[in-house]
Write a protein of this length. Structure first.
Length: 224
């Protein structure tokens, strides 16, 4: 999918819900044009809507992505399966001794994130936080996580608008350990998960408290 309808799906993924007027204003098209695109997306069962109750005036409708709409955005289940098979095939009896299935899954996803981080070891060695964050965001973007980052009141926030492994993650949140450990390792920071699609949030958000030095690094990078 491309063009305006893809843009609508991306905006609904970012905002969770939006109206015709809101979408029209953001995209820069007439509301009537947005309605025509929404009609097609509803026909294809990618978008649904609910009425926004108002005391007066005409009823307004809020649009949101269906599961089909979420899956229409970039996914990479083949890569996930390939990485898991490769990692599992190299595990020994000692690796899984006395572990239950959930613990084994968590171990696998931690190791998968470690494998990715190792590919950046040479590039990140001795680099400051600003460089590490820029490299992380580039990697997450290339991997279709649609990442955004900002700093608010001394806290670094990284939001992943898209999950390439969404259906699997909704079945078992061990998949989310991949994101958590990858972000923590590449930034060399203590990262916490603040929001997660497994909890009904529209995306996953990871946070880290920054010291004064870290804030200065990122501010200097942003203004430089």
């Amino acid at each position: 999918m491309e063009g305006t309808r893809l843009r609508i799906l991306q905006l609904l993924q970012r905002n969770n819900h939006d109206t015709v007027d809101g979408l029209a204003k953001t995209i820069g098209l007439a509301p009537a044009t947005i309605r025509r695109h929404l009609d097609i997306l509803q026909r294809d069962r990618l978008v649904a809507f609910e009425e926004v109750r108002k005391k007066t005036g005409r009823p307004e409708y809020s649009f949101y992505l269906t599961d089909g709409g979420q899956e229409a955005l970039p996914k990479d289940y083949d890569q996930l399966l390939g990485m898991m098979v490769h990692e599992l095939s190299g595990m020994t009896a000692g690796d899984i001794s006395a572990k239950n299935g959930q613990q084994i899954l968590e171990l696998v996803f931690r190791r998968l994130s470690t494998n990715v981080t190792r590919t950046y070891d040479g590039e990140l060695a001795g680099k400051d936080l600003a460089y590490r964050l820029d490299t992380l965001m580039r990697h997450l973007g290339e991997a279709d996580f649609s990442p955004e980052a900002d700093v608010e009141e001394g806290t670094l926030r990284i939001r992943l608008l898209n999950c390439p492994f969404r259906c699997v993650a909704l079945e078992n949140d061990s998949v989310c350990n991949f994101d958590l450990h990858l972000i923590s390792s590449m930034l060399d920071l203590d990262i916490q998960r603040a929001e997660c699609i497994c909890d009904g949030d529209s995306g996953c958000m990871y946070t880290a408290a920054l010291g004064d030095a870290g804030q200065r690094e990122l501010l200097s990078s942003a203004t430089g």
